[in-house]
Design a protein around this ligand. Structure first.
Ligand code: UD1
Ligand code: CA
Length: 456
């Protein structure tokens, strides 16, 4: 069986964070989730995650994942290190398993690379294979030591390396494929005789080599994939690389991104073809955008669904659903629970919250629509306020199909404006308005002769 051991028990000290390292996000998704997803996508049947520092937080975050969680005990007199972490998981490994060990902090790894690596390992019949890469600046990484025939003989940690070994620019990615029996036998032979007093999983290579087993070293094509996140600078670099990868994916899928550098799209987002995204746009969480939409510039859409041919310009949309052929913005704010029908218009400086708005309804400028059910073909004039809050409780407003709400009206909830009714501008409506009626609720105008001229 193909088994993975994902190492995520480390403290992540260099992050200087109260959030466990593997819960930091790359393009909106926790680092550890990338590793689990990629491992599963590479057809690894059993995934074991080793947790220690921040265990309960991580466990909670990945509770939906079908993985085996193993605890690495953490404490002052308890051993530490990647070798010790693997020891905790090995009781779930069978002798004839192939075991992929992978650090929990390499979110850019692709499932195709994992598959190619496992194939390389199987073809070469190695006891263990190491995924390696060449770095211009290998500082901090374990170095791959090869003999004169080019065969791998050991991995030396940066902190334990001689000056000569430090010159080696082929590094250990922290991804290995072991034959199950070799892993089980070798773990007992690890020791902590090194500069960090830790059990290093990397020492297994030296041990197996000295016992005459052959070791595979597989250099990955794109070294970016195995970049580890150890501090916030690397977190930003990995985010940038992921962002470019995601943007490229959408462009190759038929989405136009104008100045892609300024566009941020999270991994979970879906975008239909011939949609155009303008600069300064952020698309987050489970956002789905249809075909032929125009989004941006300067727009943030979080966890929302937008149907085909809709335009959203310079606006913010959260936890909402917008139908097709709508025009949203510029400067609209759709707060959670907004459901906009088809061909509707939510124009400049209109805020909508927890409200449904029917087809062909227009709120073109300067309005607040909160806790409302607005039908289709309704016109909401400039400056209309749905007065939903009495200081204590929120109340609901219902505006039925075809109603017209004149400019600067206040609809004081709870209130119903029925089908085809007309609310005169400037009205403060506190009572229901019947079907097809006209409601005027404002003082009658008085003109005073000459007082305009003699006003002072
Ligand atoms: C490790 C490798 C190094 C390699 C580098 C690649 C060792 C000894 N060194 O170094 O050769 O070049 O990764 O990124 O393995 N972890 C545990 N339990 C522990 C310690 C660590 O689960 O007791 C986990 C961490 O959460 C992390 C992973 O193991 O996900 C790697 O640990 P880290 O401290 O980042 O190792 P490096 O020093 O980067
Ligand atoms: Ca690391």
């Amino acid at each position: 069986m193909l088994v993975s051991i994902i190492l995520a028990a480390g403290e992540g000290t260099r992050m200087k964070s109260s959030v466990p390292k593997v819960l930091h996000k790359v393009c909106g998704k926790e680092i550890i989730k990338y590793i689990i997803d990629k491992s599963k996508k590479a057809n690894i049947e059993k995934n074991i995650v080793v947790l220690g520092h921040g265990r309960s937080q991580i466990e909670k975050e990945i509770s939906d994942y079908d993985v085996k969680i193993v605890e690495q005990p953490i404490g002052k007199d308890i051993p530490y290190g990647t070798g010790f972490a693997v020891k905790q998981a090995v009781k779930y490994v069978e002798k004839n398993d192939k075991v992929l060990i992978i650090n929990g902090d390499v979110p850019l790894i692709r499932s195709e690379s994992i598959e190619d690596f496992i194939k390389f390992h199987e073809k070469g019949r190695y006891a263990v294979s190491i995924l390696t890469a060449k770095f211009d600046d290998p500082t901090g990484y374990g170095r791959i030591v090869r003999d004169s025939d080019g065969d791998v003989t050991a991995i030396v940690e940066h902190k334990d390396a001689s000056e000569e070994q430090k010159q080696i620019n082929e590094i250990n990615s922290g991804i290995y494929c072991f034959e199950g029996d070799k892993l089980i036998e070798t773990l007992d032979k690890l020791n902590t005789n090194n500069s960090q007093n830790e059990f290093y999983i990397t020492d297994a290579v030296k041990i197996l080599n000295s016992e005459g087993f052959s070791i595979g070293g597989y250099e990955i094509e794109d070294s970016l994939e195995i970049s580890g996140v150890n501090n916030r600078v690397q977190l930003a670099e990995v985010n940038q690389a992921m962002k470019e990868r995601i943007n490229k994916f959408h462009m190759l899928n038929g989405v136009t991104l104008i100045n892609p550098d300024s566009i941020y799209i999270e991994e979970s987002v879906v975008i239909g073809k011939d949609t155009i995204i303008y600069p300064g746009t952020f698309l987050e969480k489970e956002t789905k955008i249809g075909d032929n939409c125009t989004v941006g510039p300067n727009t943030r859409i979080i966890n929302s669904i937008i149907d085909d041919e809709t335009t959203v310009e310079s606006s913010k949309v959260i936890d909402s659903k917008i139908g097709s052929k709508c025009s949203i913005g510029p400067f609209a704010y759709l707060r959670p629970g907004s459901k906009i029908g088809n061909q509707a218009k939510i124009g400049d400086f209109v805020e909508v919250k927890n409200s449904s708005i029917g087809n062909n309804t227009k709120a073109s400028h300067l309005a607040y629509i909160g806790d409302a059910e607005v039908g289709s073909n309704v016109n909401i004039g400039c400056g209309v306020v749905f007065v939903n809050y009495d200081g204590k409780t929120k109340h609901k407003t219902i505006v039925k199909d075809g109603a017209f709400i004149g400019s600067n009206a206040n609809l004081v909830a709870p209130v119903i404006v029925k089908q085809g009714a007309f609310v005169a501008c400037g009205s403060t409506i506190t009572d229901d308005v019947d079907e097809d009626d006209l409601a005027i609720a404002r003082a009658r105008q008085v003109n005073k002769k000459g007082r305009g001229k003699n006003r002072f």
